[in-house]
Design a protein around this ligand. Structure first.
Ligand code: KG4
Ligand code: ZN
Length: 338
């Protein structure tokens, strides 16, 4: 049973956690969202600087909330890829420094593997194989989870990630950043049938459409055209109906692909990860479709869906228990396949 101190700084959350296998002892997340909101999105340089300001405090707080000292920590882990390079470097440098100082093994973790492990934290009985639908600001992935470290990417997005599409459409509707939670809130009182929007599909060279890949840029453009048309006609924007119609289209599209993938690969368990996993439309459609096909679907709580270090620590613990550790020469990477 490994106790891991883990650090996640791949984007705009400075996060430090202490976990023991699937048990969370502390899970500190210092969000930078307020700082980036004024720019309408994450500014890499601002993110790195803020991680530097906050990281030591987060480490101290994680240790103090867990009521542990360094002797009780077995290893130090950090997200090494993918993400903003400057931001990743802050967390990885801190983790390596602690590993040297306290003579602990270091483990570099892939960010997407962390999101997969968030499901293990919330569902203690969950075991592979299962299908992970990972929908965040940077990713839209269908991953066949076969075992620790053994993954097959079955579906992806050809353009925007699901969360990115929410954020961009929110901007078109003149809503604040990040747009996903706001669109979700507005959609509650909107009519999802008010506007017929196109579900993006990815053509195959051999004809037909890719069954698991998504595309959101056409949908985003369709919303933009609709907004421009309504504005030209001097009509006030029916924001709630637009939000509900957009959300419903994304949720149905993701649900269709996820269910098809699970059935084709004979996987009867689906685990959702990433910030868009919090979306009420996706939860509604995916839960209903899973029930219809006799599949089980798990949605981790919001705090584990969005970026956090507990998920990184949980992945690191599983690897550590199998004797895996990383060399201190392991560098950060902005892009890396899982
Ligand atoms: O997983 P996450 O915290 O960070 C990344 O790794 O990207 O995901 C952030 C994304 C943002 O695009 C945000 O708009 C979206 O998740 N998001 C949502 C909801 N809550 C967060 N999208 C739709 N509905 C939500 N309720
Ligand atoms: Zn993430």
């Amino acid at each position: 049973m490994a106790t891991i101190l883990s650090i996640e700084t791949s984007c705009d959350e400075t996060a430090v956690a202490i976990v023991n296998n699937r048990n969370i002892y502390s899970n500190i997340v210092a969000s930078q969202i307020d700082l980036h909101r004024t720019y309408g999105g994450v500014v890499p340089e601002v993110a790195s600087r803020q991680h530097l300001e906050t990281i030591n405090l987060c480490i101290e707080q994680a240790l103090s909330e867990a009521a542990l000292d360094w002797e009780q920590i077995d290893a130090i882990a950090a997200t090494v890829a993918p993400g903003l390079v400057g931001a990743l470097m802050v967390g990885v440098s801190a983790a390596k420094t602690l590993a040297i100082l306290y003579q602990k093994p270091f483990l570099g973790v892939h960010h997407l593997e962390g999101h997969i492990y968030a499901s293990y934290l919330s569902e203690a009985q969950l075991q592979p194989p299962f299908l992970c639908l990972l929908v965040s600001g940077g990713h839209t992935s269908l991953i066949y989870v076969k075992d620790c470290g053994v993954y097959e990417m079955l579906g992806t997005t050809r353009d925007d990630a699901a969360g990115e599409a929410f954020d961009k459409v929110a901007r078109q509707l003149k809503l604040s950043y990040p747009g996903g939670p706001i669109i979700d809130r507005m959609a509650q009182t909107g009519n999802s049938q008010a506007f017929a929007l196109p579900e993006g599909r990815v053509s195959l060279p051999t004809g037909g459409y890719h069954p698991y890949d998504s595309s959101f840029s056409g949908l985003k453009t369709a919303v933009l055209r609709l907004v421009q048309k309504l504005e030209q006609e001097n009509q006030s924007l029916p924001i709630n109906d637009l939000a509900a119609s957009f959300q419903d289209t994304v949720a149905r599209s993701l649900t269709k692909r996820t269910i098809a993938c699970a059935l084709d690969y004979g996987l009867n368990t689906i685990a959702v990860g990433g910030g868009v996993g919090a979306n009420s439309g996706l939860r509604k459609h995916l839960t209903a479709a899973a029930t219809e096909h006799n599949l089980t679907v798990y949605f981790p709580p919001l705090k584990l869906c969005t970026d956090n270090a507990a998920m990184i620590g949980c992945a690191a613990a599983d690897h550590f228990n199998r004797g895996h550790i990383s060399p201190l020469s392991l560098g950060v990477q902005s892009r890396l396949a899982i």
